[in-house]
Design a protein around this ligand. Sequence first.
Ligand code: DGY
Length: 332
Amino acid sequence: MAEVRPRVWVSQPLFADIVERLREHFDVIDTAQVTQHGAAAIAVALAGSDGALVTLNDPIGAAEVAGAGRLRAIANVGVGYNNLDVPALTRARIVVTNTPDVLTETTADFGFALMMAAARRITEGERWLREGQWRQWSFETLLGGDLHGSTLAILGMGRIGQGIARRAAGFDMRVLYHNRSRLPDDVERDCRAQYVDFDTLLAQADHLLLVLPYSSQVHHLVDAAALAKMKPTATLTNIARGGLVDEAALADALSAGRLAAAGLDVFEGEPAVNPRLLALRNVVLTPHIASASLATRRAMVSLAVDNLIAALGFGPDAGRPPTPVNADQLKR
Ligand code: DGY
């Protein structure tokens, strides 16, 4: 009788040469085009699968796995996994993995670039020039805020936040941070970062950078009240998740001059962007690309593939995926 191989579903096109490694162990059902799968389509795809390789485009919770009796592992290609209802998946005894570490430095580079672009009005200047508005060099055109010597305020001081703090040393910035828990002394020293409470962070920021994981507890953490505590000369950069910021309140603050500029790589309803933000000149908008260097995106897929192979009991790490999310909860 022919051997029955486990089946895995790959929800999006993800570097075919790397995904190919799955075929050594599994029958692979792949997806030729970037697709916004609806809940019903995800449920159908998972129903006959032992594992899945998914991205932030694919929301999966109790309903999507209800008919997926064989499903044992979901490997998310991304460090953030708010697309997955981890408690529900854990209850269904499904291993969840993500892709930390491999994207830290690339994402920190991008956070810094986005903050600089917002503070120094780089994309605004480019648009203005392309529109043919540059008729004569003038001393007071597009004056921005400095980064060097200013106060960088980092909300969320995990690996990426720490990478940004280390970069800030080269710009002679004072670094403040706020986090669920305070970092050990040696890490604070290494990052030259000082822990402060949330209100102090907001009030003292020249440049506020959001790098914390999203969950419903921090939904709209940066709302109208938080923005009102910031300096009107400050900038806000978000490379975490759109749901952290009340976008309507942000648009109000930016258009009223209560905040100088913003850099946004993530949006609450992405790929849709709040039309009020689209209309504002003092916002740099990018399409969720903070980790999108070729090498890093390939490393993310490779790690997710390793995770899936191991979680389904194959390869050198069989049973021990390199970067599990819910291993501890599953042990209980
Ligand atoms: C992440 O890794 O969480 C990025 O936002 C891309 O998925």
